[in-house]
Design a protein around this ligand. Structure first.
Ligand code: TXA
Ligand code: MG
Length: 327
């Protein structure tokens, strides 16, 4: 799109520049605790149109509105007892709540893709919070990557996908969590729409009941999708991804986890270990950066060791399964 993309360090001047750019209808990438987001003024339809174009994102896939406090969230969405309980327990933090829109919801219909619900989150990152406060309104922000690519956990990842397509990148260093927020639909039964940076176990402990699973959607189903962005073949590196590897070939890269070694590992040029001590939080923080780094070596495939399906392992495995879908 031929834009000149500025990169500024996080700080007061950066937050003010970000707020001015957002107010002028521009696109600003900034760090959150989960991944870098690409922000636009949630009330500005033209800015949101540019945002979808910059990412190459299909218009039917709605965005998350980011807010600095609960009062701002409640101007956008209607919070029932369950939504309030979750917001109070986990905000600010890596949890997105899908709730019914308010009657005078300031978020543009373009950002909610015509749904009567809206996804809202209060990020726990000082840079995101400073930008939201300086701007003063809600900011819609998908992950700051080209649609279908791996989400960015460093400003450099954002630049490699979006330089020339957005106005500003605020560099706040590496993110802490490394996978996107967990999305819970506050429907009759609270529903896990996307596993993410807050584990299912912690949410269920607060709710005192298990999260429901989203109904299975079929290709031919033309009803409104509950989590429209959760299609297969997202989060895809260029290389093929092979899960639950028990061995590794010389022309494959290895994404390892834990202290074990696999047969063939010595002969492989590229090995990165998500967490040598098998710590799932550390593995989540390393996941997208390591996928990008291994992919850059252009291996025939990336073999991935088995990762336990507990804690943040559920989100890690979700992203890896999407990355493994053949294209
Ligand atoms: O951690 C995160 O959530 C990051 C940071 C930047 O906040 N954002 C993020 O946004 O991951 P994005 O756009 O990459 O993913 C948002 C997901 C999509 O799967 C979208 O379909 C879903 O949220 N979503 C948005 N509005 C929804 C709604 N009303 N109902 C159901 N799903 C919704
Ligand atoms: Mg995304």
């Amino acid at each position: 799109m031929g834009l000149e993309t500025s990169i500024l360090p996080a700080g007061q001047a950066g937050a003010e520049a970000a707020a001015r750019t957002l107010a002028a209808g521009g696109l600003v990438a900034f760090p959150t605790e989960t991944v870098y987001g690409l922000g636009a003024d949630a009330a500005n339809a033209a800015a949101i149109t540019h945002l979808y174009a910059a990412k190459g994102r299909p218009a039917f896939n709605p965005l998350i509105a980011h807010v600095a406090d609960l009062a701002a969230a409640r101007r956008i969405g209607r919070f029932d007892a369950c939504a309030l309980k979750l917001a109070e327990a986990f905000w600010p933090g890596p949890l997105t709540l899908v709730v019914p829109k308010t009657d005078h919801c300031p978020v543009s219909d373009l950002a909610t893709a015509g749904l009567d619900t809206v996804a809202i989150r209060m990020p726990a990152h000082p840079v995101a919070e400073a930008i939201l406060r300086a701007f003063g309104g809600a900011v819609v922000a998908p992950s700051a990557n080209i649609s279908g690519h791996v989400s960015p956990t460093l400003a450099a990842h954002v630049a490699s996908d979006l330089a020339g397509r957005i106005d500003l990148i605020i560099d706040g260093g590496p993110v802490a969590v490394g996978v996107e927020s967990t999305i819970v639909g506050c429907f009759e039964a609270p529903t896990l729409l996307r596993p993410g940076g807050l584990s299912r176990e912690r949410i269920e402990a607060v709710l005192g009941l298990p999260l429901a699973r989203p109904p299975v959607e079929t290709e031919s189903d033309d009803s409104q999708p509950l989590a429209p962005g959760m299609m297969a073949s997202h989060y895809a590196p260029r290389a093929q991804v092979r899960l639950d590897a028990r061995d590794v070939a010389p022309d494959e890269a290895l994404l390892a986890f834990g202290p074990d070694r696999l047969p063939g590992q010595e002969a492989t040029a590229a090995v990165m270990n998500l967490s040598p001590t098998a710590d799932l939080d550390e593995a989540a923080a390393n996941l997208f950066g390591y996928l990008r780094a291994l992919d850059a070596k252009a291996p025939r495939a990336i073999a991935v060791m088995t990762i336990p399906e507990e804690g943040l392992g559920e989100a890690i495995n979700d992203r890896l399964r999407r990355a493994a879908v053949a294209r």
